[in-house]
Design a protein around this ligand. Sequence first.
Ligand code: ATP
Length: 315
Amino acid sequence: MITTTSQAVRVRGLRKAYGDVTAVDALDLDVDHGEVVALLGPNGAGKTTTVEILEGYRHRDSGEVGVLGADPGRPEPGWRDRIGIVLQTSGGLDELTVDELVRHFRVYYPAPRDPDEVIAAVGLESKRRARARHLSGGQRRRLDVALGILGSPDLLFLDEPTTGFDPEARREFWSLISSLADGGTTIILTTHYLDEAEQLADRVGIITAGHILAMDSPARIGGRDRDDVVVRWLDEGEPHSATTDRPTALVTDLAARFGGEVPGLSVDRPTLEDVYLRLIGHDTRPDTQHDTGTGGHVDERPDDRSDGPTLEATR
Ligand SMILES: Nc1ncnc2c1ncn2[C@@H]1O[C@H](COP(=O)(O)OP(=O)(O)OP(=O)(O)O)[C@@H](O)[C@H]1O
């Protein structure tokens, strides 16, 4: 049994196969208390299997797993009460109202939160008398979260929490999750939305073929912070761009050349999606075309301008 409590989750060499299919393969994972970690990966990468093993709902073939200091395969009394789970799809008891459902599920926890407080926390006060089957998709998801946090979990699992949400509902849901994180809840979420991972997660883990390919903060994963940057601007209405690892120097030169504001200036780092696709083997970023020999690559420039700010700005 793992006894360390310095981390909320510690996984070493986790393996799980379904017959011939290896779903999880030598996976290591560490999650600190209070951290929000997003697990990303293509369909069938092994995210759900991993999370279900952490939740104690699926047996592993081998490897060490510690969740809140216990082995989820042999949970200690009270362990499950410290975990909240919001599944991909939930249903049942749809004839009950929001109020009835929250009060109904309280009985499963030794020290449940106040039902009114939970309903308010997920923003469902105006729907407390609505039957679950009459809720919209986003409202239903909020109810799922209400049920997931009812026991004041130390660790909350969210499986693709905002699938099917409209943009406004997604933003509202993110602020709900952020407020739980601010309150110290450790959160592990799986998602296919890169912007969601970027918004919510302290660290993202990219899983492919059952193991973690990369794990870091959204800003640094895959060397994103060190990647070349694309600087774009307009010169007499013509678009120019350059790829450089020294964007500040380039923008400073451009500002000097234009005597102040650089028309149409934008400075773009690779998005989390760019990095994700590159890491899983689908690089969609355009190749650079010309090397200026100065740490900048000119991607694109009109043929009739051979000596504008483009090249000189990078020198
Ligand atoms: N109960 C099962 N029986 C047999 N094979 C399974 C079972 N559950 C998952 N698998 C297989 O294990 C692999 C990993 O599946 P898993 O559901 O963990 O992936 P995932 O990353 O969560 O995918 P998704 O993003 O599509 O939800 C897949 O090849 C899947 O077909």
